[in-house]
Design a binder for this molecule. Structure first.
Ligand SMILES: O=C(O)C1=C[C@@H](OP(=O)(O)O)[C@@H](O)[C@H](O)C1
Ligand SMILES: C=C(OP(=O)(O)O)C(=O)O
Length: 442
């Protein structure tokens, strides 16, 4: 059932310790590596993110067509109304795998199932059916995979007949639409008979996510070379090891936003390190511009607010697209008229995040003006309403990025608040723990 939550916070001093769940991105990679390694690689500190829980359910089901006749069973229910993960056998040969709203999982599983023997119909939510996947499908088809579109050309659902004879190990792929296509190919590359030489065409978006993939593969014993725009992985075996999933830095960004909008803030986030594999750890640098200091000690990070004038006016978010909503809402709330670049990929995420931001910021008189590839915040008509209702568009990051506004707007109502489960199911409990008043209503 969809629920709205009203957040309020009369007292503007925030002091709390918040234990974040594991990174959705790291966990999804670790789970695919675990499956490909046939259990040689183990995953520690699995994330509670619904997308990761869904992926774990699918990959760990033993279902993956090792044996079409047996072991077909329903998965444990996922603790998420949106992430309805189902694995069902349809009347034909194909097993239906539904990954709900999990984009990363959709892309990773497309490559994974292309390699596994058996037939799968890989599908997701209505929004998933609007998120492009043609670039990845074309690359896999060049390798020899048998993938067809069950509905619309270029989009899920996909009908995958797994297991193929490799046709080539040279693939050229566009780098500027989604790094997830590249990660999907890199994850399976060592299992290909002839390995893979991936030529990245054009600018590479979300680069830290590719670096995360390669580091995690390396931890699991898979070596690579990356020269100019070519990443090569030879056929090789995984080694026995365990991969520790770090807490989620994208989730941490909402606590940085809380600190930026509070009068005073002292927060401790255990388990986060300065040498994280997650590119979103750059939130420490971004938020330093807003007077938030990050001190790494006692096995975590301490955030503190030190009042200072905000001078930085230009932010390029190409390497950290998931921080865009956090940062833009903070700037809007503070009336800081910054300019943003690197937002091109936002239109094909859980929702069109540009449109969603524009619609919701308009409710406090702020405009996000698109000028080609540059986005400018115009706060000249900004006002602070007593109550604001934020639509979330099935996007967890809309809910979490706007919730900290409760430090500047007396009542912030977030629609379909359960959407946070995609990456951070304990978000509202944690907000309560940090002293926010949370009223739930249908
Ligand atoms: O590989 C990953 O784990 C992710 C890559 C990014 O997507 P794009 O590469 O499509 O920007 C990011 O937005 C997403 O939340 C997670
Ligand atoms: C874009 C995101 O996720 P995905 O692409 O995995 O759905 C996200 O978590 O912000």
């Amino acid at each position: 059932m969809s629920k709205n939550i009203t957040v309020s916070r009369p007292n503007k001093t925030v002091k709390a310790t918040i234990q974040l769940t594991g990174s959705k991105s790291e966990c999804n990679r670790a789970l695919v590596i675990e499956a490909l390694s046939q259990g040689k690689v183990k995953v520690d500190n699995i994330s509670d993110a619904a997308d990761a829980v869904t992926l774990a359910g699918i990959l760990r089901s033993q279902l993956v067509n090792e044996n079409q006749e047996s072991k077909i069973k329903n998965q444990e229910p996922v603790n998420n109304a949106l992430a309805l993960s189902t694995i069902t056998q349809n009347t034909q040969q194909a097993t239906e795998v539904n990954i709900g709203p999990a984009g990363t999982a959709m892309r990773f599983l497309t490559a994974y199932f292309a390699l596994q023997p058996g037939e799968v119909l890989l599908t997701g939510t209505e929004r998933m059916k609007q998120r492009p996947i043609g670039i990845l499908v074309d690359a896999l088809r060049q390798l020899g995979a048998d993938i067809t579109y069950a509905e619309k050309e270029g989009y899920p659902p996909l009908h995958i007949k797994g297991g193929f004879t490799q046709q080539t190990n040279q693939i050229t792929i566009k780098g500027d639409i989604s790094s997830q296509y590249i990660t999907a190919l890199l994850l399976v590359a060592s299992r290909l008979a002839n390995g893979l030489q991936l030529h990245i065409d054009g600018e590479l978006t979300s680069r830290p996510y590719i670096e995360m993939t390669l580091s995690m593969l390396q931890q699991a014993g898979i070596q690579h070379t990356w020269t100019d725009n070519i990443i090569s992985i030879a056929p090789q075996d995984f080694r026995e090891t365990s991969i520790w999933v770090e807490p989620d830095w994208s989730a941490a960004s909402y606590w940085y936003a809380v600190a930026a909008l509070a009068d005073e803030a002292e927060l401790f986030l255990p388990g986060l390190t300065s040498y994280s594999l997650q590119g979103d750890s750059v939130i420490t640098e971004l938020m330093a511009n807003f007077g938030i200091t990050s001190q790494f000690k006692d096995g975590g990070v301490y955030l503190k607010k030190e009042p200072k004038p905000i001078v930085r006016k230009i932010f390029d978010l190409k390497s950290c697209p998931d921080l865009a909503q956090t940062l833009i809402v903070v700037c809007a709330a503070l009336g800081h008229e910054a300019t943003f670049t690197g937002l091109e990929t936002l239109k094909i995420k859980e929702t069109d995040r540009i449109k969603a931001l524009q619609n919701e910021l308009a409710k406090m008189g702020v405009e996000l003006v698109e000028k080609g590839q540059v986005y400018k915040l115009n706060c000249s008509q900004k006002f602070i309403p007593d109550h604001i209702t934020i639509q979330t568009y099935e996007d967890h990051r809309m809910a979490m990025a706007f919730a900290p506004l409760a430090l500047v707007i007396p009542q912030v109502e977030i629609e379909d608040a359960q959407v946070v489960e995609k990456s951070y199911p304990a978000f509202w409990q944690d907000f309560k723990k940090a002293g926010f008043t949370i009223d739930t209503h249908v």
